[in-house]
Design a binder for this molecule. Structure first.
Ligand code: SF4
Length: 172
């Protein structure tokens, strides 16, 4: 079993790691602002791409929602659904499109049950991916708040109440 597959089964650990990563990026914010988003992105993007591909089979959507989806990447769903399962989940919990694969959303729901901090975020409404952000750094997009931009026709993404409680309160 590879490192990625092994660690994906540790959602409680992963949500802690996410918390630490987010705190680190926030700590680096002044430096990132000084460098400028473009230059900072050139440094952060390769690290982000390598680590998230290894750990989550990340598709670099640029708008990371892992903490809201049981630390399971919703872009690994063959239909790229970001707001819950389609109507075609098989009775054994497998995918309609790839029958031998577990439905990403079934796995996400199961893993969210083990997550004390971000698990409840599973029920938040998530718009589809904004494809203008594909292949950009989700961390830089979080700092610049570009990750709040929803695709055309969707309202802006509301600030996440759990994130606000855990992190943004510390800013005030
Ligand atoms: S949600 Fe986006 S950034 Fe996060 S792991 Fe999936 S593809 Fe990568």
């Amino acid at each position: 079993m590879g490192l990625g597959r092994w660690i994906r089964d540790k959602p409680a650990f992963l949500e802690r790691a996410y918390q630490v990563s987010y705190a680190t990026i926030k700590w680096l914010r002044p430096l990132i602002l000084k460098l400028g988003f473009k230059r900072a992105s050139r440094l952060i993007l390769p690290v982000e791409r390598f680590s998230k591909r290894l750990l989550f089979d990340c598709k670099m959507c640029g708008q990371c929602t892992l903490h809201e989806t049981g630390m399971v990447c919703p872009m690994t769903c063959p239909k790229h659904l970001r707001n819950g399962a389609c109507g075609g989940v098989r009775s054994n919990g497998n995918c309609e499109v790839i029958p031998e694969m577990r439905c990403v959303w079934v796995v996400a729901y199961e893993r969210a049950q083990d997550m004390q901090i971000f698990g409840p975020e599973m029920i938040s409404i998530k718009p589809p991916a904004n494809h203008t952000l594909t292949n950009s750094s989700a961390w830089i997009n979080k700092i610049s708040e570009l990750d709040q931009s929803a695709p055309k026709g969707w309202a802006e993404i509301p600030h996440n109440p759990v994130i606000e409680k855990k992190f943004l309160d510390e800013d005030s």
